[in-house]
Design a protein around this ligand. Sequence first.
Ligand SMILES: Cc1cc(=S)c(O)co1
Ligand SMILES: [Zn+2]
Length: 263
Amino acid sequence: SACSSRVVLSQMHPMWQEPLEVPGGERQSPIDISMRKSIFDPNLKPLVTQYDPRTCQQIWNNGYSFLVEYDDTTDKSTLRGGPLEDQFRLCQFHFHWGENNSWGSEHTVDRQLYPAELHLVHWNADKYALFEEAVVEENGLAVIGVFLKVGKTHEGLQKLVDALPAVRHKDSVVEFTKFDPSCLLPESINEYWTYAGSLTTPPLTEAVTWIIMKQPIEVSHDQLAVFRSLLFTSAEEEAQKSMVNNFRVQQPLKGRTVRSSFT
Ligand SMILES: Cc1cc(=S)c(O)co1
Ligand SMILES: [Zn+2]
């Protein structure tokens, strides 16, 4: 079964109606990453991703983004190392993007916006049995964030882009298999920032160890245009709304430290 983010997502309030009352609210995401204020931590280990493309199952338009969902019932696609003490299982990846190439990312680096941001969502399988247990626990999730910038066509992404018209409407699902998400990671995955934060969509739980890649990946303008051809609305609804600007506004750092794995 793909990670049951549908359980979490289906209880959500309509997206983007900020501010949602958040329990505590001391470690919310996204944030601006100030390069000069981040602290180099020489003890941060290399990140170890082991993704098995055979665990890729489907693409689901959940009315907020499109999720590429993985079978997370075994330890076949995992993340460990970096700032993490435990082994985490990949359950889904998705993106946040804008209506044009000027904005769309959730995190920024020295206030620089990117047109989109990839999130690879993993949950702590050493400590919890299911995603929806982990999603409410302090060290339950680890999300790798990768910035997208406009440039040459991303060959690996094209297989996903070609499948998106099949999930144009909210609640549509299409089978999608044998996709290795490591093709979406930049060459140098060991240059990253890490900090303690939250989901950026309701329930906004403060369960996430964020690992934000310094190096963006390049995708073409046309590939991003296909993201923007998706709809927030289901096929039954009258007014169709383009799925764009599905990012959250930046949140206060509240004294948190952002560590870097590089100098
Ligand atoms: C679980 C999850 C994580 C993120 S970051 C998101 O946007 C939606 O759902
Ligand atoms: Zn996200």
